[in-house]
Structure formats: structure tokens, C-alpha cells
Design a protein. Structure first.
Length: 408
């Protein structure tokens, strides 16, 4: 059993509620000091604080935004796009054109000035070829990766994509530390951000369940570009500078918050407070969920009438560190996924309006050691797409066998 979980379970309910209140107050104090002058906010983009004091504090987007279906081309004029990997219809890496990889290559081919990538691992040869072509036409292509799962893994058989990039003059820098550079984000032309749970690998796109959200917003791109530059300059982990007060913007009526770990505590300062505000529903898709305070927050909301349910990646869900049993024993409907590979999402949907996604697994190491990103969007249209994906994955999952969990 993890130290975090063991220590958390010893706390009394009063202490836990007190700590949550302190966290919320501290987070509000930090973010309401936001200086919009530090970030370019073109058009309708403005800054605001987090978390909301009530679910109605931020009005839903004024205009209806029709999102594209997964792997489909976006409609002209949208400032956001959402994609989900589809292992049933796109499982052959040789047929990448209409997959999430195909979408990524289109974005690379359209880039004119810069492509800055912070990605954990990589083995997509067509993407490497597109990046090399971008470099040859004058685009500033740079990559920050993990030392072990990035550059060292590139020496394995049937890899070598990083080496190809380097041979073409593209500079790649690694974190060179024991914790992970676990991000999966890309900034295009300082205008667009690609993020989510999708590793840039054949498994990540053609075998696993993953998600991508793209935001065409210079203000959001500026937030991610600052983080990229920190890592490019060798600033990783909990000692890297926090810029949390500059990571909240409103884009066309959608409130957006970004948290980077491990300089800031995404679970304690952002994710748990949002769950605590849930009024009607919480749904989650979790590759790894070992954080007891988050599980406890969901249990408390369920006790107050909120509908809570989630799907775990099967591998690891039966370990002592997992909170699968904790939730199941509290009467929360939880399932193990049905993908023979991985259900790799790290998603929470609250009240069918807040979407939490990114690279961060719901674990202590992700919060306290790794370099990760979490993005929170208050947008019912985006949330509806994630709810559809949740329903699809839920339908493929399996309930725990009767008597398989020893509840205390």
C-alpha cells in the first residue's frame, strides 16, 4: 500500500475537509492574482481565477460549437478539435492516413514557423519524415523527451526515429533524471496546442484507447510554450518554476486552466477541488488511479447524491496501491476495461461540462516527481464528446466478479 494512501486513510474526516478548504483557498488566492498583461490575449481571450465558487459562476459558451467526430476532419472556423484513437477501425500502422497519426501529420505539414514537442516516447516513422520535411522548409523543430523511454529506447530494434531526426539537424533534449518527462504536448506556430493522453507511438495510436484535444489559441499556446522553454533550458521536476498565476484563460466563453507538475500539485490544487464541486455527475477513465484523496472526494460526492462511475485499465487495477477496491467497496460503479492492450486515458468529466485530461495519471509519482500537464476545460460541447467516449469504453468493460473484492 502506498505511503500516500496509508497516510491519507489515517486522517480524520474533519482534518481532510479542513485540508481541502485550505487547498481551495490557496488556489483561489494564487490564481486570482493573474496579470493578463503577461500573456498575449487576442480577441475574446481573457483571464480569470479558479476554481469557480459555484457551477454557475462561469456561463456556458455563448455559441454552439459543433465538434468533429473522432479522426474526422475539423469543420472550418472551430477553435478546438477533439479526437479519440480507434483500435477497431484504425489498427494498422501502415494505414495511418485517416487515423490520429494522420491528423498529426496534417498539422505538421501545415506548420510555417515552429513545432515544439514535449513527448515521452516516439516510434512513428511517418511523423519523423513529416518533421524532417518541416525542418527542411525552415520550420523550427525542437523536441524534449524522456531519457530512458525516449532517447535510450530509440536504440532498440525497429526504432531509430529520434536518430533520424537528429541526423536531419533537429535537436532533441532529454530530462536526464530518474523521474519521467511524461508529457504528450505539441505547440504549432505559437498558435495551436495538441495535448491529451496519446503517446506518439504505434501502440498509443493503433492499439490503446487515448484522446487528443487541440486548441487553436495563442493564449493557451503561450502557456504551453513557457513550459516547453523551461524544460528546453533544463528545468524539470518540482524545482522548476511555478507560473500557475498565468495559466488560466477564457477563450470564446470557455474557461481553461492548465497545471504542470511537479512544480504544482495538480491533484490537490485543481482536480480534487473540481470533483468537490460536482453537482450531478463524475465520470472517469483511468490508466492508473492510486490517489486516495481523489478517490475519497468521489466517494464523498456520491454520498451527497452525485452519480459517480469509472473505468480502470485492467492491468494494475487489482494491486494494493490501486483505489479500484476502495471505490467498489464504497458502492461506486467501477469496471475494468475490455481492451487487450491498454485503456490509457487520464480523463475526468464533471457535471457533463468540465473535462480534465492530459498526461497525468492519478498517482503520487505523477504529482510529485514527473513532468506532466493537466488541462481543464469548462465546455459542455467538448464534455459531450468525452461522455460519448466514456460510454463506449464503459460498454466494453467488465464489472468485478462477485466476491472478488474483500471489503473491510
Amino acid at each position: 500500500m502506498s505511503n500516500r494512501r496509508r497516510a491519507s486513510q489515517r486522517n480524520t474526516l474533519g482534518t481532510l475537509l479542513g485540508l481541502i478548504l485550505i487547498v481551495i483557498i490557496g488556489f483561489i488566492t494564487t490564481l486570482t492574482g493573474y496579470d493578463a498583461g503577461n500573456v498575449p490575449l487576442p480577441g475574446a481571450e481573457t483571464a480569470t481565477g479558479f476554481p469557480p465558487q459555484s457551477p454557475s459562476e462561469f456561463a456556458p459558451p455563448a455559441e454552439t460549437l459543433l465538434a468533429p467526430p473522432p479522426t474526422a476532419q475539423p469543420q472550418n472556423g472551430l477553435w478546438w478539435e477533439v479526437y479519440f484513437t480507434d483500435r477497431f477501425n484504425f489498427s494498422d500502422p501502415a494505414q495511418w492516413q485517416n487515423s490520429v497519426e494522420g491528423v498529426l501529420i496534417q498539422k505538421i505539414n501545415a506548420a510555417q514557423n515552429a513545432i515544439h514537442i514535449a513527448a515521452f516516447e516516439f516510434n512513428l516513422t511517418p511523423v519523423a519524415e513529416a518533421l524532417i520535411a518541416a525542418r527542411q522548409r525552415g520550420v523550427d523543430v525542437r523536441w524534449v523527451t524522456d531519457d530512458e523511454f525516449g532517447l535510450e529506447a530509440d536504440e532498440e530494434p525497429e526504432r531509430g526515429q529520434f536518430a533520424a531526426l537528429q541526423n536531419a539537424g533537429i535537436e532533441i533534449r532529454a530530462d536526464n533524471r530518474s523521474a519521467l518527462m511524461h508529457n504528450k504536448f505539441i505547440i504549432f506556430d505559437y498558435q495551436t496546442v495538441w495535448t491529451g493522453s496519446t503517446n506518439l507511438t504505434q501502440n498509443g495510436i493503433f492499439k490503446q484507447e487515448n484522446n487528443v484535444v487541440m486548441l487553436h489559441s495563442p493564449a493557451v499556446a503561450a502557456i504551453y510554450e513557457r513550459e516547453f522553454q523551461e524544460m528546453w533550458d533544463g528545468q524539470f521536476g518540482p524545482k522548476s518554476p511555478s507560473q500557475l498565476s498565468e495559466q488560466s484563460v477564457n477563450v470564446n466563453g470557455t474557461q481553461i486552466w492548465v497545471v504542470f507538475t511537479s512544480e504544482d500539485a495538480a491533484l490537490e490544487q485543481a482536480i480534487i477541488p473540481i470533483v468537490n464541486f460536482a453537482q450531478s455527475s463524475v465520470r472517469f477513465l483511468a490508466f492508473s488511479f492510486t490517489d486516495f484523496p481523489l478517490a475519497n472526494a468521489m466517494i464523498e460526492r456520491a454520498k451527497n447524491g452525485v452519480s459517480v462511475a469509472g473505468v480502470y485499465e485492467n492491468v494494475g487495477s487489482d494491486t494494493d496501491a490501486s483505489e479500484f477496491d476502495t471505490l467498489a467497496c464504497a458502492g461506486i460503479p467501477v469496471r475494468r476495461d475490455g481492451n487487450p492492450s491498454f485503456m490509457h486515458n487520464k480523463v475526468i468529466i464533471v457535471d457533463e461540462r468540465f473535462v480534465i485530461t492530459g498526461s497525468l495519471n492519478f498517482s503520487t509519482s505523477a504529482e510529485e516527481s514527473n513532468d506532466e500537464n493537466v488541462i481543464i476545460l469548462d465546455n459542455p460541447e467538448i464534455a459531450s464528446l468525452y461522455m460519448q467516449e466514456f460510454d463506449r469504453i464503459w460498454a466494453q468493460g467488465t464489472d468485478p466478479q462477485p466476491g472478488s473484492i474483500a471489503c473491510q
